[in-house]
Write a new protein. Structure first.
Length: 198
């Protein structure tokens, strides 16, 4: 029944600085996870504020039409619960690691080295064709505009789909609520009729 004592090699082996730092950063991450779980309401309020400000700014910046602007703002308010649920899950899973990595980057001090100055002499390109360069830039601008239009269309489609889904879910919920109320009213009438017969 005697326990073996740890060998003297295990007692004298101390963690290295890198292992100690890694353990401390793991502790920071666990503390952040604990803080986020304890302050769930606060984090959700912060996410709500960020969503409201970000959605309003994005809509104002991208859509100048008043009716479309107001419609999209209404849609953004309707889709807020879905955003809140998704954002909370994402925040809970990713932010402790992101914040820990950011904090680690702030406490790691790198040696400042004086940059080596390198002189580069460029040969003038005599065959440089400014017309073709301008045409290429125009082509790039057109491609970017096409991509913006495509992404705007996709965004509107997703927003429309989400709005339709929320409206449909609300309609179904209201119908089921009305059915329950009608069933309860029928049961009450049946009970009243039975009581009156006695």
């Amino acid at each position: 029944m005697s326990k073996q004592l740890p060998s003297s090699n295990n007692l004298t082996k101390l963690p290295t600085e890198a292992e100690r730092e890694e353990q401390l950063m793991q502790d920071v991450r666990l503390l952040l996870e604990n803080l986020i779980c304890r302050e769930e309401a606060t984090v959700k309020l912060i996410l709500n504020c960020l969503y409201d400000a970000g959605a309003t700014n994005l809509i104002n910046q991208k859509f100048s039409s008043r009716t479309l602007n107001k419609t999209l703002k209404w849609v953004s308010k309707m889709s807020k619960p879905a955003f809140r649920m998704i954002a909370w899950q994402w925040f809970k899973q990713n932010c402790p690691k992101l914040i820990t990595d950011w904090l680690r980057s702030k406490i790691e001090f790198e040696k400042v080295e004086t940059p080596q100055v390198e002189v580069v002499v460029e040969q003038p390109n005599t065959n440089f064709n400014t017309l073709s360069q301008t045409q290429y830039q125009i082509y790039e601008v057109q491609q970017l505009r096409t991509q913006i239009k495509l992404l705007t269309g996709i965004l509107l489609g997703v927003v429309t789909l989400l709005t339709g889904s929320f409206i449909w879910a609300g309609y179904l919920l209201e119908r089921s609520h009305l059915q329950v109320v009608e069933e309860l009213q029928t049961q009450v009438k049946t009970l009243e009729a039975n009581v009156n017969k006695r």
